[in-house]
Design a protein around this ligand. Structure first.
Ligand SMILES: [Zn+2]
Length: 509
């Protein structure tokens, strides 16, 4: 690609197009540069020349250029001057706009252009491999194969090179999409309804047996193996319509969920994702459909409505009734709460270190965010329920608390759960006026958060700072500094207040 300070266009109304270029026109047009793709321009010229049965010598004579110069232009290695471009267009009987803007005349030429372009990319050159000249002797299938490989390499590189920034932007975009739909995806709910109808689901939790029926209905057979690749939870062989699952328990993963997710990605007919956003979007849809099958809308809404009638709504009841994890129940609650019950909510999964692992809201609660709007990796206010719960000794019952925040008062219910990645809190919050529907509304626990005011909980208390600032060099745990995408404070991923308090405790004689 190169810039050509360009043509006024033969078809343009202005007669100036045929005058020698003056400074005024040049300045005017410089602001309107068009980008010329030399590879496709060259291919186009060669195609038209051959179609008109002209040799390089013939065309050279017509435009007053040496055949070797024309050859360079046709090979996309030399940029023609504007006057030459006009002469070539005239000799070939087209306008220069046509010459510049034309789509490849056929599939073969399109492949040649794409291959040359790919081979000239920095990415390809960095591999140190030879370039293939797509001359007429190269069969079209070989061009198809090479172009296909280049596209795949491109896709892989883009997918795996997703930078933390891209990942953050993708997460932010997905959170916005969920918010716009109040976390409720009507089309996926309809799909779940259809599938459940096919296996005669009548109500209650979905049994393992019904899930096996669902797999059979979708013409899959299930195979339990003990050598599943370490990095996978299931493998689907689409050719033989087999789903491979591990025989041993997968720790925190419900075997029903693993199977439903495998079936869901098949039902949703996901193509191979080409961007990180698409990849995440597919994962959200897959998980949503699996959850909508495991906790069917009709039964769950009836169950929650009963809870509202009794003013005893509780996420753990949803968990127990449908035999799912608390996390699965909490996510499912947010799908149904606004659409069916008129309750706005927020969800948080927060690491013991205080860092947000996952969170979303449609109740205007203000999560801490980095300048790109991303919240993953940000530290949650120390006074929020999602962090206070870590200090509560009772792990059997939910911890409930009212918290005054910058955007209002919220009632939140939280639990902690241990996972292979550490200890997390899972919490659901609702605006103060919705607390009346929930078990635990009478809690006496209250907290005030002044975040994002740094003196709320980010800055260590003044008297501690006076003693310890400048006299400490802590080392962050690797995991928490990786989680902390844009850490705040002097030591990435380290909570200075905790470090200072630790020192205070241990330094006393
Ligand atoms: Zn705070």
């Amino acid at each position: 690609m190169t810039n050509l300070s360009a043509t006024g266009g033969e078809s343009g109304a202005t007669p100036a197009a045929h005058r020698p270029w003056g400074a005024a026109e040049a300045a005017e047009l410089a602001a309107d540069d068009i980008t010329v793709d030399l590879i496709s321009l060259g291919k186009q010229i060669r195609h038209l020349r051959k179609q008109r049965e002209l040799s390089l010598d013939d065309l050279g004579a017509a435009v007053g250029a040496a055949p070797s110069q024309l050859s360079l232009i046709e090979n996309g290695k030399k940029e023609p001057k504007l006057s030459m471009l006009r002469a070539l267009a005239r000799a070939l009987g087209v306008s220069s706009d046509e010459l510049l803007g034309a789509d490849p005349p056929n599939r073969r030429i399109a492949l040649e252009i794409e291959l040359e372009r790919a081979q000239r990319s920095a990415q390809y050159r960095s591999l140190g491999l030879p370039s293939v000249k797509p001359s007429g002797r190269v069969p079209t299938e070989i061009l198809e194969a090479l172009v296909g490989l280049h596209r795949e390499v491109d896709r892989q590189v883009n997918l795996h090179a997703a930078t933390p920034e891209e990942a953050r932007r993708a997460n932010t975009e997905l959170r916005k999409r969920m918010r716009d739909k109040d976390n409720y995806f009507a089309d996926i709910e309809a799909e779940a309804r259809r599938l459940l109808g096919n296996v005669g689901y009548a109500g209650g939790p979905l049994s393992q047996h019904q899930i096996a029926d669902l797999a059979a209905h979708l013409r899959f057979t299930l195979h339990h193996v003990d050598d599943l690749p370490h990095s996978t939870r299931s493998v689907t062989d689409l050719k033989h319509r087999r789903i491979y699952l591990t025989q041993v328990g997968t720790g925190s993963h419900d075997p029903r969920t693993v199977l439903l997710q495998a079936l869901a990605s098949h039902v949703l007919q996901h193509g191979v994702p080409s961007t990180y956003l698409e990849f995440l979007g597919q994962r959200v849809s897959t998980n949503y459909l699996a959850a909508a099958l495991l906790i069917p809308e009709s039964s769950a809404v009836a169950f929650l409505r009963q809870g509202m009638a009794d003013k005893e709504v509780a996420v753990e009841d949803l968990r127990d009734n449908f035999a799912v994890s608390y996390e699965a129940a909490a996510h499912r609650f947010t799908n149904l709460a606004t659409h069916h019950l008129g309750i706005r909510t927020h969800f948080q999964k927060v690491h013991k270190s205080g860092i947000i692992f996952k969170a979303y809201e449609n109740d205007d609660v203000a999560f801490p965010a980095d300048p790109t709007g991303a919240i993953e990796g940000q530290p949650i206010c120390r006074y929020w329920t999602s962090r206070q719960v870590f200090d509560v000794p009772d792990k059997f019952n939910a911890f409930n608390q009212y918290t005054d925040t910058a955007t209002g008062t919220y009632w939140c219910t939280a639990r902690t759960e241990r996972s292979p990645d550490g200890l997390f809190s899972l919490s659901i919050g609702v605006p103060y006026e919705s607390a009346k529907w929930f078990r635990g509304k009478e809690t006496k626990a209250r907290s005030v958060s002044r975040c994002p005011d740094p003196d709320c909980c980010r800055n260590p208390p003044r008297e501690l700072s006076k003693t310890w600032a400048g006299n400490v060099w802590p080392t962050a745990r690797a995991a928490s500094s990786q989680l902390a995408a844009m850490p705040i404070g002097s030591f990435p991923g380290v909570d200075e207040t905790e470090v200072y308090q630790f020192l205070e405790r241990h330094a006393k004689p």
